[in-house]
Design a protein around this ligand. Sequence first.
Ligand code: IPE
Ligand code: IPE
Ligand code: MG
Length: 240
Amino acid sequence: MKEPYEKIPRHVAIIMDGNGRWAQKRGLPRPVGHRAGVEALRDIVRMSSDVGIEVLTVYAFSTENWSRPQDEVGAIFRLMLEYLNREVAALVENQVRIRIIGRRDHLNDTLLSAIEKAETASAHCKGLAFNVALNYGGRAELVDAARALARAVQQGELSPEMIDEQTISRYLYTAGQPDPDLLIRTGGDQRLSNFLLYQSSYAELYIPDTLWPDFTPEAYDKALRSYAARQRRFGGIKPR
Ligand code: IPE
Ligand code: IPE
Ligand code: MG
């Protein structure tokens, strides 16, 4: 049996990148890679909940991904709908609470109602909090937070002096959840691509070359062990 983890991140965030390359390497159309990506996700959600992670946030579609060819965008959204319809029962069974974070505009009605159904069906679940970032952008999230804060000030619920870092956290899509401790980006590209910009200020980064569909539970285990061995200082000098 494997050694238990010395410490476990409370919140893991994942940029699931590399689906297109995975398919292209095999001479297959990019959507086949996205489908393989969904398969990989299933195991990672299960393992996150098994090892006791509190929050898992995965990046499924960015506000910038609309610039891709229409057929690829369509394929991603069809997969998303299929995932929600198929997977929710199993998620609920494992006490996983699913939330879709991001802007709800430009999503079609069928998908919107599947999202609402999935969120309602799992709302009572007390295990892993599973956020799927869809039509998500870190800057869009900050714009939405700024608008909501401005409205609260306008309505006299808040004074500008009362706004501190915690207040801003409470106005983000991840309100009430701890910040990511570990941020994984598969596919080797060393950038954030507009993901969780405010929340990730002290996340430990882990960027394997592995393409997302190849990110197995063994690969995830390696990421979690790498995290456990990190010294986090948060600007201080003593490791925590
Ligand atoms: C990530 O895989 C999934 C989405 C962005 C929807 P990509 O489709 O970006 O795969 P690569 O980076 O082109 O290989
Ligand atoms: C980030 O991947 C978005 C998701 C994984 C959903 P991209 O493939 O869109 O990022 P860039 O374009 O390489 O920065
Ligand atoms: Mg990519």
